[in-house]
Design a protein. Structure first.
Length: 152
């Protein structure tokens, strides 16, 4: 929201009072969303770690060896490591955004903040994709069941 708000303010903000207000509101809403989002990242990291431990304990030693192989580790470990980095990145962005809001001293870093926010957003989307692949493509965390109607 910060990026869209800033784009509106810099490109069209001088042309219309409505656009200027919209840009300011989007920028203001971003801090309201970023702080709970950063706190949610902490909880997501903790629950993700807990789920990874649960899944690991339910796997056979042979399956664990496959997962520890080069191909198996690609999804599982990249998702977990990226989740940890994203947690720290979102916390840093939240603090940075708060500093931008509270004082004028950090205003010159706003373009760098916006660029960092776009990189973090891209990483967050990628991490969501790897999580989806883990569950839907690899079946990680899914309980294998047999259908009672398998003979039909």
């Amino acid at each position: 929201m910060d990026v869209v708000g800033q784009l509106l303010l810099t490109t069209l903000g001088g042309k219309s009072q409505f656009v200027k207000k919209l840009g300011e509101r989007l920028a203001g809403a971003s801090i309201i969303l970023l702080i709970p989002g950063a706190l949610s990242a902490i909880l997501s990291r903790l629950t993700g770690e807990s789920e990874a431990e649960r899944v690991w304990e339910t796997m056979s030693p042979a399956a664990q060896q496959i997962l520890l192989s080069e191909n198996g580790a690609r999804w599982f470990f990249s998702h977990a490591v990226l989740g940890t980095y994203l947690m720290y990145a979102l916390l840093a962005l939240a603090v940075w955004r708060l500093l931008l809001e509270l004082g004028t001293r950090f205003q010159r870093t706003r373009p760098v903040y916006l660029a960092a926010a776009m990189v973090v957003l891209a990483a967050l989307l990628y991490q969501g994709r790897t999580g989806g692949e883990l569950v839907y493509d690899q079946g990680v965390g899914m309980i294998a069941t047999t259908s009672a109607h398998s003979g039909n």
